[in-house]
Design a protein around this ligand. Sequence first.
Ligand code: GDP
Ligand code: IMO
Ligand code: MG
Length: 444
Amino acid sequence: MANIVILGSQWGDEGKGKIVDLLTPAFGAVARYQGGHNAGHTVYIHGRKVVLHLIPSGILHPGTLCLIGNGVVIDPKAFLDELEALKAVVDIRDEWIAVSRTAHLILPYHGLLERAEEAALGEKKIGTTCRGIGPAYEDKIGRRGIRAGDLLDPVILREKIFANTAAKNEIAVLRGLTPLDPEKIFADYSGYAARMTPYIKDVSRLLHDTMRAGRPVLFEGAQGVLLDIDHGTYPFVTSSNSTAGGVCTGLGIGPSAIDAVLGVTKAYTTRVGSGPFPTELFDETGRLLAKRGDEFGATTGRPRRCGWFDAVAVGYACRINGIAKLAVTKPDVLDGLPEIKVCTSYLYKGTPLRDFPVEPWILERVTPIYETVPGWKTPVHGLNNFEALPSEFKDYLRFLEDRVEAEAVIISTGVEREDTLFRDERLAGLIDLNVVRCAVRGGA
Ligand code: GDP
Ligand code: IMO
Ligand code: MG
């Protein structure tokens, strides 16, 4: 079986958590390669809701190796709190979790300065999650970051915390903020160090050993392709590579280890935070999607902006990630709509655009051109058999596949694991669906 990347093909919250959790039983390890606790991945198990932020969404299946790669930024307190909360829900052993010793840490000054920067930007703010993600990546690229491995050496940890806090306090004072006490930060982080030590490992080595033992690996993306620092709608992006390229640099594996990229795609579009969104709806339909789709941020609780499916954007995501297969989520939210619109091209200054423009000043001015398809009369909610799907829905799927040039292999029709159908013939050789189905039935 294959090693697969699962990533979001839009602006995040496509349902990655549900798909990763569902497929995990067929994999030996689930590895996060970027982002941090800005992510919010929701999983439902028989009505019980679990939201994962930093810990891979495979954790709800005991025995799965859950790896946090060097490309992730880690707030130790957030990690430890999340782990503790999860331990109350599911059996977790220390040896099932590993944090890369070269993953960078988030420190209190990151969140403090980010909140001040966002406030200073006023209406031009990025609308970040204010978790300190961007500033932590800034320090990484600036070659002054503190890494998980530094927690293992108190002398180095103290030296780095004092040097960094002094530099950040100079900025804090200029911005009228109260300086932070490095002694307190060191005391707190020493406490976290003691609790995190069992998890700090060589994640690249663990991944190689897993693959060499013939167990496939699932690489879990956070955020979405359009929030990628290089390929997204910069500057309204997150500060890491959420695209498939981030898997190699964020985990220490080579591209030949990746067999396929599965793009999780919502049947409409949502976005949290600022930035261009050509198909955004401000009308009754937009409010309906938000209400039915329960579109509130899983991390910040902010209402998500909603709009029609954008095939220009998702087609771009497929191209830059090598996505040939899609997991389509939340079509049930469109149940009962008489007709459904899909944006299939943009007009810019009267001229059709062939490609998705990433520049916000262009994206803000494009006119989305829609094609309208009929809705389906019987609901798809909860269906798990392809043959039972209404014919209008199958037509809609074929239409999307044609426009984005990728085929739907998984269709999610509700929040639960059971609310899913697979195109077995399209997944042959990639994922062991017998194992997945068996786990769904057994409630594992
Ligand atoms: P992620 O960040 O990509 O993991 O997605 P989120 O968890 O932030 O948001 C997706 C939301 O949609 C969650 O509340 C899921 O429970 C929910 N969801 C996932 N798949 C489906 C589906 O097929 N239908 C419906 N109605 N909800 C879904
Ligand atoms: P998941 O993994 C949706 C957005 C923020 C903001 C921008 C930058 O659940 O899909 P950041 O705090 O990362 O510097 O914020 O990115 N953002 C997300 N939007 N889902 C996410 O994660 C997001 N993580 C960050 O709203 O616009
Ligand atoms: Mg989310």
